[in-house]
Design a protein around this ligand. Structure first.
Ligand code: OFO
Length: 169
């Protein structure tokens, strides 16, 4: 059984994961229109992964006798000039998500909800991996430069690590 505070913060995270999925979907569409087929594929895959994160939060809340709420999602908005802008925006967003996962972890300790504390660890590790992946991409982009993106775009999918499955409740 989840405390009201834990249920509320997990419901907020459902909204954030769903927004992340839509944000990366909107960015994928931007990349496709700019002719970056590889970057678009990377973002479509990332969007799916975020949707999977959202579904895991929904399942966890419901399995622990809470009520998962499906919210309306804010329209993603961003201004991008180039691929570097895009991945900097992705990294900034992942930092924001990491901070909110850390807040959940802190609250599970405060509420002495050790089941939720254990469960959220998967997301703590996932955030380390996601931030590291985007940093690697930004490093590669710096190396190739904005005028030489053909091979970067062709090879970017090889930088993805396969999605792993978070535990269920
Ligand atoms: Fe990009 O992360 Fe979800 O949690």
């Amino acid at each position: 059984m989840l405390s009201k505070k834990i249920e509320d913060i997990l419901n907020k995270q459902i909204e954030k994961e769903g927004y992340s999925s839509n944000l990366y979907l909107a960015m994928a569409s931007w990349a496709e229109n700019e002719g970056f087929k590889g970057i678009a594929d990377w973002l479509y895959a990332q969007s799916e992964e975020e949707r999977m994160h959202m579904l895991k939060f929904i399942a966890y809340v419901n399995e622990r006798d809470g009520k998962a709420k499906i919210p309306a999602f804010e329209k993603p908005s961003f201004k991008l000039k180039n691929a570097k802008d895009l991945f900097e925006a992705v990294l900034k967003h992942e930092h924001y998500i990491t901070a909110s996962i850390n807040e959940i972890m802190a609250l599970t300790m405060q509420e002495k909800d050790f089941s939720s504390y254990n469960w959220i660890q998967w997301f703590v590790n996932e955030q380390i991996e996601e931030e590291a992946n985007v940093k690697t991409i930004l490093d590669k982009l710096r190396l190739v430069g904005e005028n030489n993106l053909y091979m970067f775009d062709r090879d970017i999918m090889s930088l993805r690590t396969p999605a792993s499955n978070p535990p269920v409740a």
